[in-house]
Design a protein around this ligand. Structure first.
Ligand code: ATP
Length: 257
């Protein structure tokens, strides 16, 4: 389980971007973080794998505090956290298979990584994962010759190559058409259920979040204003999450419904 406890982040001297953020994300579930632009969604994801340093709080992954890990410990923890990005972050001249194999880099020595030394077992696993995301026929195709939806599926296979406990997805469907969106979200939901992964997704599309997420975390101006099952999200909750900053603050929790 992922537990974020009393997390705070200030950019520079004064810009408080996360204010006492608390929420949980369970294995086997898709958890969506929703909220207006600038609310702090990306800052949460980047704090979780410590791409940025937050100010205070706890980030427990299976009871281990990621914030307390030393450099070697953090490298180990990160290896079990897959990342999916809006712009895919693939290496364009490389094939789909090579990009998926890159998911093993964190588990290899620098030398083996630099020279792309992968075992036969790793290659067959990468091929199997490409088949799992429906891209078995595209393994040897350069990534820049794939559609956006196909590239995102390569990104998912690369994350799976890390044998992750958790996958963090930052706006994974923002650049995709509705058909590719459905394919990618179906895959993510299936992965959560079948592999008991924690899937944590930042989303702008409320309808997709409500369709696919089991659990919703709503953030406004750096504060969590709702946490609960997606079935508890109604118009009142959405108004709280997407309210303008100048309106009075009033927390809504799942228990109040
Ligand atoms: N590197 C930075 N330096 C200063 N302020 C930052 C930095 N990164 C983000 N912020 C500020 O922190 C707040 C939260 O930003 P964040 O990117 O986490 O929001 P978001 O909810 O992901 O937004 P969006 O949906 O537009 O991507 C915003 O006010 C943003 O301007």
């Amino acid at each position: 389980m992922l537990k974020v406890i009393h997390l705070n982040k200030t950019y520079g001297q004064t810009k408080r971007s996360l204010k006492d953020v608390n929420f949980t994300a369970q294995p086997g579930e898709v958890t969506a973080i929703i909220g207006p632009s600038g609310a702090g969604k990306t800052t949460i994801l980047r704090s979780i794998n410590q791409l940025i340093r937050d100010d205070s709080g706890q980030i427990l992954l299976d009871d281990q505090d990621i914030r307390q890990a030393n450099k070697a410990g953090l490298r180990k923890i990160r290896h079990h956290i897959g990342m999916i990005f809006q712009n895919y972050n693939l290496i364009s001249p490389l094939t789909a298979l090579e990009n998926v194999l890159n998911g093993r880099l964190g588990a290899k020595s620098t030398l083996a990584g630099v020279f792309g030394m992968y075992s036969a077992a790793e290659k067959s696993e990468a091929l199997r994962l490409l088949q799992e995301v429906g891209l078995g026929d595209y393994a040897y195709q350069r990534c820049d010759q794939l559609s956006g939806g196909q590239q995102q599926r390569v990104g998912i296979a690369r994350a799976l190559m890390q044998h992750p406990k958790m996958i963090l997805c930052d706006e994974p469907i923002a650049s995709l058409d509705p058909k590719s969106t459905k394919i990618v979200m179906d895959i993510l939901r299936q992965l959560a259920q079948e592999k008991q992964l924690i899937i944590l997704i930042n989303l702008h599309q409320i309808d997709i979040a409500l369709d696919y997420a089991d659990h919703i975390v709503g953030i406004n101006s750096g504060e969590i204003v709702f946490e609960g099952p997606s079935t508890d999200v109604n118009d009142q909750v959405l108004q709280q999450i997407y309210r303008q900053a100048e309106q009075p603050e009033q927390a809504v929790t799942a228990n109040e419904h």
